[in-house]
Design a protein. Structure first.
Length: 364
C-alpha cells in the first residue's frame, strides 16, 4: 500500500508539472474572457530589449496567468474556498448576500463627485430657457444590500444632500424609495426592466407627460443572463433570466446612432449571446442615440443624459414622447452637444447611477 501511495503522489505531481504545461501548449489562446468582460493577454514578442529590461518576463507572467487551462474553474474554486473555508466577507471587492452578488464601493470619491456636479452644471448652463430640466439618481444595488447588511458603503444620504445643494436649476425626481434588491439582477449591477413600473410612473408624472399603460407590455425572456458580477467574482451563482418588454410602440420605433450607419431596433436580442447580454437593450453603450416613435400623438421630445441604466428605461418612456435622444457623457464630449442635439423646447433628464457619479471624471 505504501508503494501505491508513493506512485499515486508521483503521478499527481507529474500531472501538474508536465500535464498542465502540455495542455496549455496544445490549447489555442483565447482573446477575450466573456466572464470577466476583458481582453486576455497574448503571447508577448521576444525581443532583446524586453529581456534586458525585464518587460518580457512580466508580460509572459501575465500571459501565462490569463491563458492558464480551465482558468475560470480554478478562479471559482478559489472564490468558494475564500468564502466558505476562510470565511472572508468579500473576495476582490465582491460579496454574496441574500442570493445577490454585489461589489463594494466604500467611500465617496471627493474629486470625482465634485467634478461630476461641476460638469452637469456646465451642461445645464448651455441649455436654452425653453427646456424643462430634471435629474434623478439611480440607487446602486449596494443601497439595498451593503447598507443593511453591515458592509462598507457610501453615505448615500450625504451624496443626495450634496447633489441637491450643488446642482443648479434642476428639479429632482427621487427614486430611492421605489426599489429594493430584488429589482436588480442577482448577478449584475443593473436594474430589471420588468420591475420599473413605479420608476416610470414617478418620472412621467414629475415631467408632466402621460404614463404608459403597463398592461400593454409583452415580456420576452432570455436565459441564461450571466451578469458582470458573476464572471468577475467567479462564484457559482445561478444565472439570471433577462426580460425585455415590448409592444406596438417599441416594435415600430427606429433607433439611429452617431456611431453606426443605418437604423436599428429598440431591442437587439441577437446581442444577448455576445460579450454582455445587457446589450439587448438599445444595442449597448453608445455615445449618442435617437429613438423615434412614429405612433406618437405628441410632439414632445426628451433629451436623456444617461449611463447604461438608461438603456432599459428609455424604451418604457417611448409612449410619452415622439423622440428620445440619449447622450452618454462618458463617450460624447459636452462641447459638441450644440452641434448634434436640438434642445429647443425639449424636456431634459439627467439620469445617472450613484456608481457613475462616484467616478464622474469619465465625463467628457
Amino acid at each position: 500500500m505504501t508503494k501505491i501511495r508513493q506512485w499515486s503522489t508521483l503521478a499527481v505531481c507529474a500531472l501538474f508539472l508536465f500535464g498542465l504545461p502540455l495542455w496549455h501548449l496544445l490549447s489555442p489562446d483565447e482573446e477575450f474572457s466573456k466572464s470577466e468582460r476583458r481582453r486576455l493577454e497574448q503571447l508577448p514578442e521576444l525581443t532583446l530589449s524586453g529581456v534586458v529590461g525585464g518587460e518580457y518576463f512580466e508580460e509572459m507572467e501575465d500571459y501565462l496567468l490569463d491563458q492558464f487551462p480551465k482558468r475560470d474553474a480554478f478562479r471559482s474554486v478559489k472564490s468558494v474556498f475564500s468564502f466558505s473555508v476562510l470565511r472572508q466577507k468579500d473576495v476582490g471587492g465582491f460579496y454574496h448576500e441574500d442570493g445577490h452578488l454585489g461589489k463594494l464601493e466604500a467611500a465617496l470619491d471627493e474629486a470625482q463627485f465634485s467634478y461630476g456636479i461641476r460638469k452637469l452644471n456646465e451642461v445645464r448652463d448651455t441649455l436654452p430657457k425653453s427646456c424643462a430640466v430634471y435629474y434623478a439618481v439611480i440607487p446602486d444595488k449596494n443601497v439595498y444590500l451593503a447598507q443593511p447588511n453591515g458592509y462598507p458603503h457610501i453615505d448615500y444620504d450625504d451624496m443626495l444632500r450634496r447633489l441637491r445643494e450643488g446642482l443648479e436649476n434642476m428639479t429632482e425626481i427621487s427614486l430611492f424609495d421605489l426599489l429594493d434588491a430584488n429589482d436588480y439582477y442577482r448577478t449584475d449591477a443593473h436594474w430589471r426592466q420588468e420591475n420599473l413600473e413605479p420608476v416610470v410612473s414617478r418620472i412621467t408624472q414629475a415631467m408632466g407627460v402621460p404614463t404608459p399603460d403597463w398592461s400593454s407590455w409583452q415580456p420576452q425572456e432570455l436565459y441564461p443572463f450571466q451578469g458582470v458580477y458573476l464572471g468577475q467574482s467567479a462564484l457559482p451563482v445561478e444565472p439570471d433570466t433577462l426580460v425585455y418588454l415590448g409592444n406596438d410602440v417599441t416594435d415600430a420605433s427606429q433607433v439611429s446612432s452617431l456611431e453606426a450607419s443605418g437604423g436599428s431596433t429598440v431591442y437587439t436580442p441577437d446581442r444577448f449571446s455576445g460579450m454582455d447580454g445587457y446589450d439587448t437593450f438599445l444595442s449597448g453603450a453608445q455615445a449618442l442615440l435617437t429613438v423615434e416613435n412614429p405612433l406618437a400623438d405628441t410632439d414632445r421630445r426628451l433629451i436623456l443624459f444617461r449611463d447604461s441604466f438608461g438603456s432599459s428605461l428609455a424604451p418604457l418612456l417611448l409612449e410619452s414622447y415622439r423622440e428620445i435622444t440619449l447622450v452618454d457623457l462618458r463617450y460624447f464630449s459636452s462641447s459638441l452637444l450644440g452641434d448634434y442635439v436640438d434642445f429647443d423646447g425639449a424636456d431634459v433628464l439627467f439620469l445617472y447611477s450613484t456608481s457613475i457619479l462616484n467616478s464622474a471624471m469619465l465625463f467628457k
